[in-house]
Design a protein around this ligand. Structure first.
Ligand code: GDP
Length: 467
């Protein structure tokens, strides 16, 4: 759509469809693609933003059917130390749950046996932000399902919204998202681009407190700040504490507030070949936003005597994986089952590209041809070169300024010590002059007394002598 706005109008192209008579072999392409994807594996980086206690850890564990957050710590902050990545088997057919760990998995290098299995990095947080209360922590794990590996990273933001004054508490989070874009940009500009690790955030789950009223100013402000950097997926946390009517009206209010604030949520795209039914289903799913979810990894027995994940209450049970009870399954469709690739694609093609072009503009690089970069390797190369040169120039300028500051500091120091030396010299000179004067005075007095004695009478001399 963007291209059609920018590209000059194309002449009418006639596509002639013909069936070839001889087998060429490109019908095998999907298989090749499939094999390559399986080999490479997939990755998904999710940013979770929530006040403490809204059920974030529970929901993530529920989504991936895995204790991604280490329960033993009694907190959300994972303290694991090993770099081993854990593999689990995620089975979920017809709401039947299996928590089986895939101990029999082939690649034993990646299998760890204890709960210190998550890879955890704490970054940016305190040191880089002005907000000491918001930290950035990430947990990575490899999930395996039917031979397909998904490397999942959950970026957590403990402390968000927990202070009395939450002004600017989104800043460390935005910084983290930006710094992940920067990392990717740097990697793209390196000579060896063959293996670029994609640490960019592919989706942001924003947990809304189930108040049934309105979004709070902090919620709105955060959504405004993040929606152009990440695929934003708002969710109403712990929705089982609200009635159906309350959820419907809360959803309407939230949607209205977000629309009025110009916040764009992630919307699955329509494809050319999509039939009406598919388009309808996609739109219906989108219209369910914000998803009102319930999280739980506990197994309970439902009315049909089946073991299902859910929460048990005196008045009945809430089934996590039942679309009639809450929107958990829609969230899972959005995030993993149906649109994982679309989330990654939008991150790369739209959100990252916008960030990249904005960055280039800030560096003073001409953007005229930017839209064509995907299609024109030469332009792309030129841009990269310009970007690299601009970076070098910036680095050089920074180094120069550091050098100048250091030189001027040294000069000032030298001047200061010179002045001190001068003052000490002056003081010493004055002291010596005084001493000299005193000595001269003494000498003069002595000379005078000698002269007096010489000139006095012999009787006086004698007297003086006798005395
Ligand atoms: P976090 O601090 O946001 O990570 O929250 P936790 O996942 O640790 O959950 C805090 C408490 O809320 C725990 O007692 C959970 O059992 C409970 N909880 C989690 N999800 C839900 C939910 O969907 N509904 C209800 N009613 N309680 C929940």
């Amino acid at each position: 759509q963007v291209l059609s706005q920018v590209l000059p109008e194309q002449p009418d192209l006639r596509i002639i469809r013909r069936k070839i008579t001889n087998y060429v072999g490109f019908a095998n392409l999907p298989k090749q693609w499939h094999r390559k994807s399986i080999k490479k594996g997939f990755n998904l980086n999710i940013l979770c933003v929530s006040q403490t206690g809204l059920g974030k850890s529970t929901l993530i564990n529920t989504l991936f059917n895995k204790n991604i957050y280490n329960e033993e710590n009694g907190s959300n902050i994972v303290n694991s130390t090993t770099d081993n990545l854990d593999k689990i088997k995620l089975e979920d057919d017809n709401n039947t749950i299996s928590n089986e760990e895939s101990a029999e998995n082939t690649n034993t290098d990646n299998v760890s046996s204890n709960n210190g299995n998550n890879k955890h990095n704490s970054s940016n947080g305190n040191s880089e932000s002005n907000q000491p209360n918001v930290r950035i922590e990430s947990v990575s794990t490899i999930i395996e399902e039917n031979g397909v590996n998904l490397r999942l990273t959950v970026v957590d933001t403990p402390g968000f919204g927990d202070s009395i004054d939450n002004t600017n508490s989104w800043e460390p989070i935005i910084k983290e998202v930006d710094s992940r874009f920067d990392q990717y940009l740097d990697a793209e500009n390196r000579i060896n681009r063959s293996v670029i690790e994609d640490n960019r955030i592919h989706a942001c789950l924003y947990f809304i407190e189930p108040t049934a009223h309105f979004l709070k100013p902090l919620d709105l402000e955060f959504c405004k700040q993040i929606h152009e950097k990440c695929n934003l997926i708002p969710i109403i946390a712990k929705s089982d504490i609200l009635t159906e009517e309350e959820i419907d009206s809360f959803k309407r209010k939230i949607t209205k507030q977000l629309q009025e604030a110009g916040v764009k949520l992630f919307k699955p795209p329509h494809y050319e070949l999509d039939d009406k039914e598919t388009i309808k289903l996609t739109d219906e799913l989108y219209n369910k936003l914000p998803f009102a979810v319930v999280g739980s990894t506990d197994l309970v027995v439902n009315g049909e005597g089946k073991q299902v994940r859910g929460r048990s209450y005196p008045w009945g049970i809430v089934e996590v994986d039942n679309a009639n009870h809450n929107d958990f399954v829609y969230l899972r469709d959005y995030l993993v089952r149906q649109y994982l690739e679309e989330l990654r694609e939008r991150t790369n093609n739209e959100l990252y590209e916008n960030y990249r072009s904005e960055k280039l503009t800030k560096l003073g690089i001409n953007q005229d041809n930017l839209v064509f970069k995907e299609f024109d390797p030469e332009t792309r190369q030129k841009e990269d070169k310009q970007l690299h040169e601009a970076k070098l120039a910036k680095l050089e300028a920074e180094m120069k300024s550091v050098f100048q500051t250091k030189v001027s500091e040294k000069e000032k120091k030298l001047q200061k010590s010179e002045a001190e030396l001068f003052a000490r010299h002056k003081e010493m000179k004055e002291k010596l002059t005084k001493q000299l004067k005193a000595l001269e005075e003494k000498k003069h007095q002595l000379e005078m007394s000698i002269a007096n004695q010489m000139t006095s009478s012999p009787a006086q001399k004698k007297k003086g002598f006798l005395r």
